[in-house]
Design a protein around this ligand. Structure first.
Ligand code: 13P
Length: 341
């Protein structure tokens, strides 16, 4: 594969700027409908645009956010005043990114397991997304923990698709964010989450190697190692940091510039505390450890907004608070007392 690393390296440098993380605002049509419905807003194209415009026009966003992941529809939308939404981001020095996977389907023969689709025609789509301003991309693989799962075959299928996607992105000059997400659903323990995460990351990096992906020109977006949401024994931020870092150190080569965690349904304050715990861990880590949160950045803003234009300022203040505190946590300088300041 011949890739021009210059453009990729520039995008990586911008995305990994100190004190910053990534805002995941790439909810698919089904997911955004669910989120909006939860605050009694009908998911019209205009409502989705208004909500995203509110997030992207938060004053001071670029102090904490280096990149925003968009859904295809958003990439093509304009603000009420007629500015393309990606342009609203680039004007602030924020890099627009694009979710390029086409969601998951059941893996035939493997009950309860899924594989992500969207490789066919991806190179051509990336060309179009680049024209609209996207410089990085995201592909999410989903792994379930349950009785007898994940199977090695489901892990291998998802790792293969992630690696093929990453190679296609790099060939097109687009930085791939590689996202293997082990879901929090279930009552599995911290130890089980650690075992599965380690197995999955080993498979993903093996596949990336075989697919000749330049590790220097990608970002990893993993889950944190946490117990299942229904597990009776939950973990402290220190335990999460210990388990997550041990797992990453065994599986993620030093060449990878940054690890940008997903929040995965964690409470937003917990997600911040966990990120902070990673960054104050006594052992020095070779990668940037930051955030690429969706819900943990957006949930309070969405609740404050409720589809009312009059709530714009308080909604933006809610986003400001989470973006600011996660930026502080990325530097290991967060304390619980800051939640009340
Ligand atoms: P959450 O932080 O809400 O898990 O979303 C991140 C994401 O991009 C999931 O694909």
């Amino acid at each position: 594969m011949s890739i021009s690393t210059e453009a990729l390296a520039k995008t990586i440098a911008e995305l990994t700027a100190p004190g910053k993380g990534i805002l995941a605002a790439d909810e698919s049509s089904g997911t955004i409908e669910k989120r909006l419905k939860a605050v009694n807003v009908a998911s019209t194209e205009e409502a989705r645009r208004d909500y995203r415009e509110l997030l992207f026009s938060m004053p001071g966003l670029s102090a904490f956010i280096s990149g925003v992941i968009l859904f295809e529809e958003t990439l093509k939308q304009k603000t009420a005043a007629g500015v393309a939404l990606p342009q609203l981001l680039t004007a602030q020095g924020i890099v627009p990114g694009i979710k390029v996977d086409r969601g998951t389907v059941l893996l035939p023969g493997f009950p309860g397991e899924k594989v992500t689709q969207g490789l066919d025609g991806l190179a051509q789509r990336l060309g179009e997304y680049k024209q609209m301003g996207a410089r990085f991309a995201k592909w999410r693989a989903v792994i379930n923990i349950g009785a007898g799962i994940p199977t090695p075959q489901a892990i291998a299928s998802n790792a293969h698709a992630l690696a093929r996607y990453a190679a296609i992105c790099q060939e097109q000059g687009v930085v791939p964010i590689v996202e293997p997400e082990i879901l929090m659903d279930g009552d599995h323990t911290l130890a089980t989450s650690a075992r599965v995460t380690e197995e999955v990351l080993h498979a993903v990096f093996h596949a990336l190697h075989r697919q000749r992906v330049a590790l220097e020109c990608m970002l990893l977006k993993p889950n944190m190692v946490v117990p299942g949401a229904a597990c009776l024994e939950q973990a402290t931020p220190e335990q999460v940091a210990q388990a997550t870092l041990a797992c990453l150190r065994r599986t993620v080569p030093v060449a990878v510039p940054g690890i940008y965690f997903l929040s995965g349904g964690q409470d937003e304050v917990v997600a911040t505390a966990n990120l902070n715990a990673m960054n104050i861990h006594p052992e020095k880590q070779p990668w940037v450890l930051s955030f690429s949160y969706g819900r943990a950045l957006q949930a309070p803003a969405l609740k404050a907004w409720r589809g009312e234009g009059a709530n714009k300022t308080i909604a933006q203040q809610a986003l400001y608070k989470r973006a600011n505190l996660n930026s502080v946590a990325r530097e290991g300088k967060y304390t619980a007392a800051m939640e009340n300041e």
